[in-house]
Design a protein around this ligand. Structure first.
Ligand SMILES: *[C@@H]1O[C@H](CO)[C@@H](O)[C@H](O)[C@H]1NC(C)=O
Ligand SMILES: *[C@@H]1O[C@H](CO)[C@@H](O)[C@H](O)[C@H]1NC(C)=O
Ligand SMILES: *[C@@H]1O[C@H](CO)[C@@H](O)[C@H](O)[C@H]1NC(C)=O
Length: 470
């Protein structure tokens, strides 16, 4: 069942919608553009930090509108690898790259005391003149240069043939097998929340294949304040109409909620809203807070078992965005987050016998990765405008999983345009757009783009996946 797709197929896929594109030429060299020669807006050239190339670097990213514009040229419509030589000397940063005033992508710049080359995904350049903007985003970093190297066709995937849990039930195995059969060939359309999925159906005539729901309101520290979850019912509804279900969990901290005017109890999954300390809680299996973690996992097990009993396989994405540290499960660093993931995996599968889960990990950084043995699918949450292919994160995840894991865009602000996905060879298995203020917001998703996406041959919608489990 291991998936091997020939390079020929990749090239055909990549150029399916670009009849004018020239074939790849492996002889084309890399081209570097120095930031100090680019068009600067609100930014300036400096030489104080050593290690730059050319005659200096660009600094002064301290206001929202600050940017650098590189004028770059290509001899043909062609895909290039973009590398940014940057210095994140004040700590981890995120920058935004915009191609030809359209597609934007977010690039993580790891903290370091000098300039390093950061892989920033691909850019599909037009024949002739193009612009690449580096915008402020988090600001406070130095840009030395960018380099464009013509892309080579993506190598064949080599995906694990089965889910990692040896006791995975038949529904989970059927789902995994189906996903494997489409990976690299199609993308599943997806949406956060059933109500938004139905809204898409009305707007575009097509309903998403996948619906993502949130276990947030089953968190015991919310239930004790009166919440009543409906995610399980919504998941079953979507399953019963032939759809695929993904589940995440904004885990309201078990204890230590500030519950102040600024940080209400219901925002208790945010680091800023609780003093619950994961490292301390995990330091012994007898302390009160460890016991509370177990209490919460057991409460979630009850809900997952309801799905299991209803025959619903689940793409389960716990502890999402841990590396951002804005959620309490990420605030104590990678070692504690990985320990919690291991506890969750062990408790759910071995103790509770929850075997309808496909385990989806959701961080791009190697030091956060729980390891191949307990992860089935890798994913990233990407919020960048322009309906682009998000190739930066896709490439990071290919590296992280050594191409043995399928890769999903588990939360996005902007749904990716299929013609770009194909041109960039970014084989996301699914995309799921976040709900309020994203799917229904033209700044992120115009109706025109949604119609194009939902009616594309490359995009699997609910009607097209009927009988997938058969
Ligand atoms: C970059 O391109 C724009 C538009 O073609 C042009 O106006 C500008 O002068 C160019 N700047 C540089 C530094 O090449
Ligand atoms: C458990 O967590 C709460 C909330 O953060 C904290 O106040 C308490 O001291 C912790 N208890 C132990 C034994 O660490
Ligand atoms: C948790 O407690 C440890 C040990 O006291 C401390 O070093 C760490 O900074 C705390 N983590 C958070 C997120 O407050």
């Amino acid at each position: 069942m291991t998936q091997l797709i020939s390079i020929g197929v990749y090239i055909a896929l990549a150029f399916a919608s670009f009849a004018t594109a020239a074939p790849y030429s492996v002889n084309d060299g890399a081209k570097t553009y120095e930031a100090e020669n680019a068009v600067l807006s609100g930014t300036s050239v400096d030489t104080a930090q050593t290690g730059y190339t050319g005659t200096g670097y660009v600094t002064g990213f301290d206001e929202g509108t600050d940017k650098i514009t590189f004028n770059v040229t290509s001899d043909a419509t062609k895909l290039y690898e973009l590398t940014i030589r940057a210095g994140a000397i004040y700590g981890d940063k995120r920058t935004t790259v915009v191609l030809n005033n359209g597609i934007s992508s977010e690039v993580f710049l790891p903290a370091g005391n000098t300039f390093v080359d950061v892989a920033a995904g691909q850019v599909l350049l037009n024949e002739g003149a193009n612009t690449i903007d580096i915008l402020n985003n988090w600001g406070w970093y130095l840009i030395d240069s960018i380099t464009l190297t013509p892309s080579k066709p993506r190598a064949s995937h080599n995906i694990d043939p089965l889910p990692r849990n040896p006791a995975a039930d038949s529904s989970a195995k059927a789902l995994y097998g189906y996903l494997l059969s489409i990976y690299g060939k199609k993308i599943l359309s997806g949406q956060q929340e059933l109500s938004h999925a139905d809204w898409i159906g009305k707007q575009t005539g097509k309903t998403p294949a996948l619906v993502s729901v949130d276990l947030i309101d089953y968190s015991p520290s919310r239930v004790e304040r009166g919440t009543v979850g409906t995610a399980v019912e919504e998941a079953i509804t979507h399953h019963n109409r032939g759809g695929i279900v993904s589940v995440l969990w904004h885990w309201n901290a078990p204890a230590g909620l500030y519950d102040t005017e600024e940080n209400k109890w219901w925002s208790g999954f945010y680091t800023r809203a609780t003093d619950f300390n994961l490292t301390t809680a995990l330091s012994s299996t007898t302390n009160t807070n460890y016991t509370l973690l177990i209490r919460d996992i057991d409460a979630i097990a009850v809900q997952l078992k309801r799905l299991q009993s209803a025959g619903v396989p689940v793409l389960f994405r716990p502890l999402h965005e841990a590396e951002g540290a804005w959620f309490w499960w990420g605030a104590s660093g990678p070692e504690s987050a990985k320990k919690l993931y291991a506890l969750l995996y062990d408790r759910l599968t071995n103790h509770h016998g929850v075997n309808n889960l496909i385990w989806v990990w959701n961080s791009v950084l190697p030091e956060w990765y729980p390891g191949d043995a307990t992860v089935d699918i890798l994913s990233a949450d990407v919020y960048a405008q322009g309906n682009g292919p998000m190739s930066t994160q896709y490439d990071q995840l290919i590296k992280l999983g050594q191409d043995k894991k399928m890769i999903a865009a588990s939360e996005v602000g902007a749904a990716p345009l299929p013609r770009l996905l194909q041109a960039y060879q970014t084989h996301w298995l699914w995309f799921a757009v976040w709900g309020d203020s994203f799917i229904d917001n033209p700044d992120w998703n115009s109706l025109e783009n949604l119609k194009e996406i939902y009616n594309s041959e490359y995009v699997l919608t609910l009607d097209k996946i009927q009988g997938w489990g058969a």
